[in-house]
Design a protein around this ligand. Structure first.
Ligand SMILES: Nc1ncnc2c1ncn2[C@@H]1O[C@H](COP(=O)(O)OP(=O)(O)OP(=O)(O)O)[C@@H](O)[C@H]1O
Length: 267
């Protein structure tokens, strides 16, 4: 299990080079959210990020998304510094934040409408296709309030996929869902990722979810957020329910618990 990723191969999709992020809180205090964070994410890799609450996971995602500028170091996408939100990125947040007055299809195409003032026929067709992909083909004309939480989150995923982004950033996308829906959504995401490969950065608090989905897991330490370890999951794909009972699954899960939880909890 390598502490660092020293890849000398092809250019990574995402590179963090010694990134630091300092915030000033409303009472004037200084918050070191990220400190000396370096890692590479290769093309079409699925990376999960796990770590204690407040360790800077969302900040890391927001730096890649171009929503915050790091105070030190450099974040790159395809070798270029991230200075603003970029087209090749799709983002899924914890809450799908759908517009209640629009139907499902119009919610999916809304970013295009917002950006270009219109939605093309191709985009409408793509929205229909994506509705099929996320299992909501018959719900195109329903309002968000007529859908369950899991269905709404699927709409959020379809919306993020509409422009077929190379990079998908997901910030605890399933955390508001019940356990069964959550597992189902994980397998759904794996299916989508296999059908249309993408570089994925997936933030979660769930060790099993990280293990089921990811090629590698970035384990972060408590504030200031640093990379504690980068774990190669190495479980065979396709991952299925059987994956959950593989000895390696439990071995890595226990290892991560040892990293994330305090010694008092583990004793
Ligand atoms: N815009 C901001 N201004 C001030 N402080 C911020 C800002 N954004 C984040 N922080 C602080 O930076 C730290 C890291 O926050 P972040 O949301 O990245 O953590 P996290 O690991 O995603 O947390 P959680 O797992 O609870 O969602 C926290 O202490 C948070 O209060």
């Amino acid at each position: 299990m390598a502490p660092h990723d020293d890849n000398d191969g092809p250019r990574p999709s995402i590179r963090f080079n010694n990134v630091g992020q300092v915030f000033t809180s409303s009472d004037g205090g200084v918050i070191n959210a990220l400190d000396g964070v370096s890692f590479d994410i290769h093309k079409h890799e699925f990376i999960a990020v796990i770590g204690p609450s407040g360790c800077g996971k969302s900040t890391l995602l927001r730096v890649i998304a171009g929503l915050v500028r790091p105070t030190s170091g450099r974040a790159e996408i395809y070798g270029l510094p991230v200075t603003e939100p970029r087209e090749e990125i799709g983002i899924v947040f914890q809450q799908p934040t759908l517009l209640p007055w629009l139907n499902v299809e119009d919610n999916i195409t809304f970013p295009m409408k917002h950006k270009y003032g219109r939605v093309t026929l191709e985009e409408k067709q793509r929205a229909q296709e994506l509705l099929g992909t996320v299992g909501l083909r018959d719900f195109a004309h329903k309002r968000p309030s007529e859908l369950s939480g899991g269905m709404q989150q699927r709409v959020g995923i379809a919306r993020a996929l509409l422009h077929d982004p190379d990079i998908l950033l997901m910030d605890e996308p399933f955390s508001a869902l019940d356990a069964l829906t959550r597992d189902e959504m994980s397998f759904e995401l794996l299916r989508i990722w296999t059908e249309r490969p993408k570089t994925v950065l997936f933030i979660t608090h769930s060790i099993p979810e990280a293990l089921l989905l990811a090629d590698r897991i970035l384990v972060m330490s408590a504030r200031p957020g640093r990379i504690r370890e980068i774990i190669d999951v190495g479980l065979p794909r396709p991952r299925t329910l059987k994956t959950l009972s593989e000895p390696r699954f439990h071995e890595i899960a226990n290892h991560i618990r040892g990293q994330v939880f305090s010694h008092a909890v583990l004793a």
